[in-house]
Every structure is written in structure tokens, then in C-alpha cells.
Write a protein that binds this ligand. Structure first.
Ligand code: NI
Length: 177
């Protein structure tokens, strides 16, 4: 049952991210994770042509390797290989030179996997395109917007509803430039 999968996964993620906040706020990082899950459930009402349970697991775990001490093996043992591989693709390879290279590399790995992995990446950026933190300057905002355009550009044919939604969030975000 998806409800049990959700509970198990969000508890694991909440424990891993327990010292982390949503950037620019004092909210628990779990708010970011639950926002991704909310986007998935909403998208599923319009286009149910994806595995919701798999996507929800990826959404709740997507930053565990990148931001916490979690290792691939732990995800593999607790959630299985498919989930662990998906989370790995959603993780930046920090040994690459620039942020742009890291993003393109991650998107290329995402595109080799099932569409749910790309769907979660779309939800991640949709969720993150909110009012930028006060300390961001115009250059940073511009870069973030360009990254969003790259993500939309590279992740085609995953889910039409989410593609349209990301496009409209990008247009809305341009007012902060
Ligand atoms: Ni994220």
C-alpha cells in the first residue's frame, strides 16, 4: 500500500535530514520533501501514466545521498536497487568542475533510467521555484532560472502536466529578475 510505503520512507528521510532546514527559512527540510510528494499526487490526477509509489519513494529520498550521511548501500538494503539507483542519478557528482556540468551530468544519468526519476526532478524544481531567499542577488536568481530551463529542456516526454507546470513556474519566476 502506498500509504505504508510513504510512512516508512518519510520517517527514514526525516531522521536523515533532521538537522537540515529549507534554505532561507527555519522550516524543517521535510517540508521540501513533502512538497515534492504533493506535486506527484497532484500530477497523478491528470496523468497517471507512471508508478506513483516508486516516484514517491524517490521524492522523499532524493536528497539523502547529496545532503546527509546516507550511503548508496543503505538505500539499497532498505528500499531496493531500483530506488537506490534512482536516488544516485538525482545526486550531483561534486567532483565535476562547475554547477552547470553537475546538472547536465545528473540529467544525462536521469534520462537513462525510468521516467519516474525525471518526473521527480521536475517536481523538485517546480517546488523550488518560489520567492528566492533574501540573500540571493540577481546573478544567482538568473542562474537558478537558467538551470530550471535546462531541466525542462532535458527532461522531455516524462509527464506533460509537470512539464507545463514547470514552464509556468519559470515564467512566474522571471518577475524576480
Ligand atoms: Ni530537492
Amino acid at each position: 500500500m502506498i500509504q505504508e510505503i510513504y510512512q516508512k520512507t518519510i520517517s527514514f528521510a526525516a531522521e536523515k535530514h533532521k538537522k537540515q532546514f529549507v534554505p532561507g527559512t527555519e522550516y524543517s527540510y521535510v517540508v521540501h520533501l513533502s512538497n515534492l510528494a504533493m506535486e506527484l499526487f497532484a500530477a497523478y490526477q491528470y496523468d497517471s501514466n507512471f508508478d506513483l509509489a516508486y516516484a514517491v519513494q524517490l521524492a522523499l529520498l532524493h536528497d539523502t545521498i547529496e545532503d546527509t550521511q546516507t550511503e548508496y548501500k543503505e538505500l539499497h538494503d532498505k528500499f531496493g536497487e531500483k530506488v537506490a539507483i534512482g536516488v544516485s542519478a538525482l545526486t550531483k557528482n561534486k567532483s565535476l568542475g562547475t554547477k552547470q556540468e553537475m546538472i547536465l551530468d545528473s540529467l544525462a544519468r536521469i534520462n537513462k533510467l525510468e521516467k519516474e526519476v525525471g518526473i521527480v526532478k521536475l517536481c523538485d524544481r517546480i517546488t523550488n521555484l518560489q520567492k528566492p531567499p533574501k540573500h540571493w542577488d540577481k546573478i544567482k536568481i538568473h542562474k537558478y532560472l537558467n538551470e530550471a530551463k535546462t531541466i525542462l529542456d532535458q527532461l522531455k516526454m516524462k509527464n506533460k502536466y509537470l512539464e507545463d507546470r514547470l514552464l509556468s513556474k519559470i515564467k512566474e519566476y522571471e518577475k524576480y529578475l
